[in-house]
Design a protein around this ligand. Structure first.
Ligand SMILES: *[C@@H]1O[C@H](CO)[C@@H](O)[C@H](O)[C@H]1NC(C)=O
Ligand SMILES: *[C@@H]1O[C@H](CO)[C@@H](O)[C@H](O)[C@H]1NC(C)=O
Ligand SMILES: *[C@@H]1O[C@H](CO)[C@@H](O)[C@H](O)[C@H]1NC(C)=O
Ligand SMILES: *[C@@H]1O[C@H](CO)[C@@H](O)[C@H](O)[C@H]1NC(C)=O
Ligand SMILES: *[C@@H]1O[C@H](CO)[C@@H](O)[C@H](O)[C@H]1NC(C)=O
Length: 776
């Protein structure tokens, strides 16, 4: 319950600091809606913002609003409806907006790709199922034309979904959510009848590779969230009087952070499903019979569990039950982790055999920079809605007459945007970027005291010669200048995609120099990086048929030494296929994903980084880093049969923080010279939860993998105070390489898949290490 109170305190604090309370409604509802869809024909006439009341919805709680809401979602343009196939998956951005009110519906509402279903955050509107509701879902949040694994660009936020009028015995899920990355599910209440076993809040089905769901509240019903997915970060979910808070059908790697359970029979139930590795941290349970139930494991490493800073009161009889055995009662206090699974303990050991822990407390630490001193919980923040801003305090970048901005993917918007941002920072205005593609031919500096908001993923896209030199990397966006590095100021961004319009070997999509006076002052929510594979960029088709001819960007994100920043829901995707149809597979050779050198406090929640040449995430000479979840996938063209062996095609322009792959023996190059998912070197004060590193297909022929198609997943070199909780791999021969504390020691294998074998998943080979403390 403490977590709920701290959230309320925060909201109140923000409100108090806003000088003008806006009585006329949420700024986003009132602002000029001039977003466009630049990549389709006649896209200037595309309707991005759709207020359901403009389509006939009443929101009075009694009128049937089903057809009106569906119409607001479906409407295309004069060339046809949205399901015509004409618009691709990136050409049909839409925000279907609900003003305050209660919207009665009698059958399933179906969302479409590119769509954010959003309510007024100042008073959450309700979508309420009528007593006569027909259908198995209230809101089908994912576009059924796109299977879960390519279900991107969907959102649901600031709403109440309500089934309290539907008979308890009728099977209904309030939200079908079988999606993958670049999605958004946040700030939603799920209201179900008390004791209604047949009602479920969120349901995911089939193959899904999502990153995070956050800041959700569940009341009543049988199941809060039912999960089938490869990985998830579940942040700030609150369950009150729900029979089963979370039911895991299949989940390989997950972090549950900041959860509260009150009045549940079971908090998290994996007893009839398959759970690879679960981290439960900073959570509380009251009046709940069993907090976590898992199956008696098939082997040592399925059903791996870590609990850290988990508080239960006397009413909770069982903290963990494995099969029928009560394995843990009581709380796990800050300063300890309770671990079940394979561990690599601290202390000098000359063996690399894992130690299997059947459930044991080990002492651990968290860096003071990353936590709340009172609760010892890692700092978290809900996504900002800026609901206290009046319309007069918001500037729409496309509505400033003196500085014309186009956002059309054709004109260069750099100079005008820089002027608008500089002036907004001086006056403290919120800056709104209507949907579009804003071309940047040079670095855009986001000055201190900036708050930027996009719309259904507004794109900022690099173009031109300034980003073309592989040996002179240049940032497209700079969060504060290098002269300002380490100064404590505010910069926040939400709802953007950062990308390139063409092949740009010198492009670094973002560089962060500032840190916050308070955690989250420098923060990014629902901001994603994408290189190629979509309309609006020439990083597609024949142009990018070979990686060495398509060095499309250098790095997506660089967190510089003195910076500190909070990230929540961030996917960095170097394209492996084309999102908009006919142009088939693409093979861009982007050097690397995220380079974290920051010492000022870094929080990464719900992060995915995929398909880069050298590494997905590199943490180098950094301090004070929290990772809640890192999902990673290899560059699919690397592996058996590939001749562009890492570090190629970047051999001539490596930087000091890049791996050289010199540990690869001459006779095993193809599967060794592949991008690492995670490399951590010369760093300290690191708390890393839930690494999920997947290799599904490999080699130029993109052969489906059913074996160890990559040699090495992660490399840890000479770190201190590093705690790693949960690393699961698919089709990797070795989970971990290490170089010990003493410099010069050869890089060697420490954790093999064979020693840490997990349950097979869909025929793939998995491995799990529950805890690694050899560099703690
Ligand atoms: C830390 O947590 C306490 C208790 O929830 C809260 O009152 C306080 O505001 C938090 N501190 C910060 C800096 O968020
Ligand atoms: C723009 O869209 C509206 C509504 O869909 C339509 O009536 C109008 O003809 C369109 N204009 C153009 C130039 O296509
Ligand atoms: C405990 O939870 C049950 C089930 O939701 C509820 O009926 C009961 O009133 C709760 N008891 C307390 C003391 O809150
Ligand atoms: C777990 O691993 C240990 C050591 O390898 C082995 O002795 C034990 O039988 C295993 N337990 C299960 C349930 O597989
Ligand atoms: C490894 O450790 C064991 C037990 O501490 C010791 O007997 C053995 O000599 C060590 N081996 C090496 C190669 O250091």
């Amino acid at each position: 319950m403490m977590l709920i109170f701290s959230l309320l305190a925060l909201v109140t604090a923000v409100k108090a600091s806003a000088p003008f309370r806006n009585v006329a409604g949420y700024w986003y509802e009132q602002i000029e809606h001039n977003g466009i869809s630049p990549t389709i024909s006649n896209g200037a006439n595309w309707t991005v913002f759709r207020n359901v009341k403009d389509y006939g919805a009443k929101g009075d709680g009694t009128t049937d609003d089903t057809a009106a809401i569906q119409q607001a979602i479906n409407i295309g343009d004069s060339t046809g409806t949205r399901d015509s196939g004409r618009f691709g998956s990136t050409g049909q951005p839409a925000v279907v907006y609900f003003p305050q009110g209660t919207y009665l519906v009698k059958s399933t509402i179906r969302s479409a790709i590119g769509t954010v279903i959003a309510g007024d955050p100042t008073k959450l509107p309700t979508i309420k199922a009528a007593p006569t509701f027909t259908g198995a879902y209230l809101l089908y949040g994912h576009d059924q034309r796109y299977p879960g694994l390519i279900g991107f660009f969907q959102g649901v936020k600031n709403l109440i979904l309500d089934s309290t009028s539907v008979p308890s015995t009728k099977a209904i899920s309030l939200l079908e959510w079988s999606v993958s990355q670049n999605n958004l599910l946040s700030n939603v209440d799920f209201k179900m009848p008390l004791g209604a076993s047949a009602h479920t809040g969120v349901l995911t089905q089939g193959m899904c590779s999502a990153l995070i769901m956050n800041d959700l509240r569940f009341h009543g019903g049988g199941i809060g969230v039912q999960l089938t997915a490869t990985q998830y970060h579940l942040k700030s979910l609150h369950f009150k009087d729900v029979k089963t808070g979370i039911r895991i059908v299949s989940l390989l790697q997950a972090t549950a952070q900041g959860l509260t359970f009150d009045g549940c029979s079971v908090g998290i139930d994996a007893s009839t499903g398959s759970s690879g590795m679960l981290n439960l941290i900073d959570s509380t349970a009251t009046n709940t019979s069993v907090l976590v139930a898992t199956a008696a494991s098939l082997n040592n490493v399925s059903g791996s569990v870590v609990l850290e800073n988990v508080n239960v009161d006397d009413s909770v009889s069982t903290t963990i039950k494995i099969g029928t055995t009560i394995t843990l009662t009581g709380s796990v206090q800050p300063g300890y982790a309770w671990i079940r699974g394979n561990t690599y303990p601290s202390g000098a050991r000359n063996t690399t055999t894992p130690v299997y822990s059947t459930g044991r407390l080990i002492p651990v630490t968290r860096p003071a920079t990353l936590i709340n001193a009172t609760t010892k919980a890692y700092f978290t923040l809900p996504p900002p809605t800026y609901e206290t801003f009046a319309i007069s305090q918001v500037v729409n970048v496309k509505s400033v007459p003196s500085y014309p901005v186009h956002g059309d993917g054709v004109h260069d918007d750099t100079a005008s945007l820089q002027s608008i941002l500089n002036s907004a920072a001086e006056t403290g205005k919120l800056v709104f970027f209507p949907h579009g593609i804003y071309l940047l031919s040079d670095t855009l500096v986001i000055p201190p005291n900036s708050r930027l908001v996009g719309e259904a993923w507004t794109q900022l896209s690099a173009t031109g010669a300034k980003f073309a030199d592989a040996n002179k990397p240049r940032p497209m966006l700079q969060i504060g200048t290098r002269e300002q590095e380490g100064t404590a100021r505010v910069v926040q961004m939400s709802d953007f995609i950062f990308t390139v319009a063409e092949v740009l070997p010198g492009a670094v999509l973002m560089e962060v120099n500032l840190r916050g006076a308070n955690p989250g002052d420098v923060g990014f929510w629902n901001c994603h990086f994408r290189v190629g594979g979509a309309r609006g960029s020439t990083v597609r088709g024949e142009r990018c048929a070979r990686p060495e001819g398509c060095k499309a960007a250098r790095l997506s994100l660089h967190l510089r030494e003195e910076s500190g920043s909070y990230w929540e829901n961030v996917w960095s995707w170097t394209a492996d296929h084309d999102l908009d149809g006919a142009e088939g597979n693409v093979y861009p050779g982007v050097a690397a994903g995220f380079l974290i050198e920051a010492k000022g406090g870094t929080w990464m929640l719900g992060m995915g980084v995929e398909h880069n040449v050298l590494y997905q995430v590199g943490i180098h000479q950094a301090e004070n880093v929290f990772i809640g979840l890192q999902q990673g996938e290899s560059a699919y063209w690397q592996g058996k049969g590939n001749t562009v062996l890492a570090p190629a095609p970047w051999t001539e322009s490596l930087r000091e923080s890049d791996p050289d792959f010199n540990w690869c023996a001459d006779d095993e190059v193809e599967q060794c010279r592949m991008g690492l998912y995670q490399r951590i070197s010369h760093s300290k004060n690191l708390n890393i939860y839930s690494s999920g590193f997947w290799n599904f297909v490999a080699g130029p022929e993109r052969t489906m993998c059913t074996n160890d198609c990559q040699d090495n997943a992660a490399l840890y070199e000479s770190n201190e105070k590093m705690y790693v909780y949960g690393l699961t791999t698919i089709n990797n021969k070795n989970l971990l390489l290490e170089r010990g504390g003493s410099e010069g020691k050869e890089i060697s294998v420490v954790a093999t898949r064979v020693d840490n074998a997990g349950a097979a998943m869909d025929g793939f080979k998995t491995g799990t290490v529950a805890g690694y403390f050899r560099q703690s």
